[in-house]
Design a protein around this ligand. Structure first.
Ligand code: C5P
Length: 238
């Protein structure tokens, strides 16, 4: 199974199913983000799961601890594989999230903390968010807080994965968006690498949106990602 996660940033269920139906055989891991979830609600999660995909539900929660705990408890009843929140919400919020997400039998989806978005530059972080210093230092600090709070890993740039692993251990999961082929458009992303560089730097999973969803041949683009990231063609289309 490939650890390439396709960001299904579509605005409707119809578009999403039409896209996913292009993939025959074993099903890719998909990310459902705010656009699709807000448009279609929990039913889209149930249907995509029913179709056999692993799901990363990317809603990036950030609120007071009690609110996040309750929201996570709702998410824990959906059959998703990964969920996330913003580390900027504090360790108290992250601990509350772990509590809310943990089911009565002790199981829960993988919980990740977003560190700094891969679209954020040092200049914007310093000026707009008023965090001084380097993005990498902030990412490392947020990763350490997430680990202390009991989370499983972080969402960060592949450029930061190596450093996160050094700080938090190699079992601490790094999921990295900000992926572009050497010959593709950067779009609004800033801290980017190719799939192969992400692998070299220690990413466990890459999240790839537009380079696959906007490609003329999305299946071929996905295959290229798997080839570059996993080092072998995916077994999906044998
Ligand atoms: O199209 P692209 O490959 O840039 O999509 C990246 C996806 O990863 C988007 O769905 C975006 O919301 C998400 N993401 C990100 N940076 C983060 C966290 C999530 O780009 N730090």
């Amino acid at each position: 199974m490939s650890n390439v996660i396709i960001a299904c940033d579509f605005s409707s269920a119809g578009q999403t199913y039409a896209f996913l139906e292009k993939f025959s055989g074993e099903k890719p891991f998909v990310k459902i983000g705010m656009e699709l979830f807000f448009a279609e609600g929990p039913e889209i999660v149930r249907e995509i799961k029913h179709r056999g995909h692993r799901i990363f539900l990317d809603l990036k929660l950030h609120d007071i601890p009690n609110t996040v705990k309750k929201a996570m408890s709702v998410l824990s009843r959906m059959d998703v594989d990964m969920v996330n929140l913003h580390a900027a919400g504090t360790k108290d919020m992250m601990r509350a999230a772990v509590e809310g997400l943990t089911r009565a039998d002790g199981t829960r989806p993988v919980l990740l903390a977003v560190t700094q978005l891969t679209s954020t530059t040092k200049e914007r972080m310093n000026a707009d968010i008023m965090i001084p210093g380097e993005v990498a230092d902030c990412v490392r600090h947020y990763a350490e807080c997430a680990k202390e709070a009991g989370l499983d890993g972080v969402v960060c740039s592949p450029l930061e994965a190596e450093m996160v692993k050094e700080a938090c251990g190699k079992e601490f999961v790094c999921v990295t968006p900000g992926i572009r082929f050497a010959d593709s458009d950067k779009g609004d992303q800033a801290r980017i690498t190719t799939p192969a560089q992400a692998r070299e730097k220690g990413s466990d999973y890459i999240v790839v949106g537009r380079p696959i969803t906007a490609a003329e041949d999305p299946v071929a683009a996905y295959e290229r990602c798997c080839q570059e990231f996993d080092g072998s063609p995916s077994k999906f289309f044998a």
